[in-house]
Design a protein around this ligand. Structure first.
Ligand code: COA
Length: 211
């Protein structure tokens, strides 16, 4: 799409392709969310969209993508990529930043449909986001936040060598949750063996969107 150059961006890992979804693909992504993202009763997000009823959950995925695009500015952006395995939509990888030109700091978030979890895809998704942030956009550091009991998310961070960066206690639906922020610096990423597994294409067409 000429006037939304982020559509050119493609991140490729050994098993996955990450790119903006078309509206038809976004509908499939929403259905993946409707079929389940978190175990019953688990709360893994500060906005508890994933534990809402299926139809509400699906619609919030669609609206979040449209909102992120409509709200995009060079100093406050949220890139929401759909994740494809063998052409099938399986989840979502986010990379976002405020005042990135000054801070060189970005954050990631991710989710997979329940049936696609625990097969190493989350690790590949995080590697793709880090390659875009560090190698593509010249980030200095990237953060990730996960609730204390979210072992899968925290294990992914640990595998890349993230360091603890503080714990915030936040309320979700009237219950307290300890949100652990972790950070990875560019120098750690540069030595990460997973770095070589990611290919970033189409960035030159859209790099002006990130400034
Ligand atoms: C978080 C998420 C994206 C990770 O993706 P994934 O594909 O499941 O992750 P991977 O398979 O790449 O890696 C998960 C790691 O956690 C480990 N793990 C998962 N659950 C575990 C548990 N209960 N105890 C110990 N280790 C656990 C896995 O063994 C794996 O480590 P390994 O590769 O060393 O074996 C995915 O699980 C998900 O969508 N969860 C629900 C939504 C969510 O929590 N999003 C993140 C919010 S911060």
């Amino acid at each position: 799409m000429r006037h939304w150059p982020l559509t050119a961006l493609r991140l490729t890992t050994p098993d996955l392709v990450l790119r903006l979804p078309s509206d038809a693909e976004l509908d499939v992504l929403a259905q993946v969310a409707a079929e389940g993202v978190v175990p019953d009763g688990a709360v893994y997000f500060p906005q508890p969209w994933a534990s809402a009823p299926p139809a509400e959950r699906a619609r919030s995925v669609v609206q979040n993508h449209w909102w992120a695009r409509g709200d995009w500015t060079g100093d406050n952006w949220r890139l929401l990529l759909a994740v494809f395995r063998d052409g099938q939509v399986i989840g979502q990888q986010n990379l976002s930043a405020r005042d990135f030109a000054t801070t060189r700091e970005a954050r990631t978030g991710f989710w997979l449909g329940s049936r696609f979890q625990g097969q190493g895809y989350g690790t590949q998704m995080r590697a793709a986001a880090l390659a875009l942030a560090f190698d593509g956009l010249d980030a200095a550091r990237v953060t990730s936040t996960a609730f204390a009991d979210n072992t899968a998310s925290r294990t992914v961070s640990r595998k890349f060598g993230y360091q603890p960066n503080g714990v915030h206690r936040i309320a979700v639906d009237g219950q307290p949750h300890d949100a652990h922020e972790e950070v990875i610096e560019a120098a750690v990423w540069q030595k990460c063996p997973l770095r070589a597994s990611v290919d970033v294409k189409g960035l030159s067409a859209c790099i002006s969107c990130f400034r």
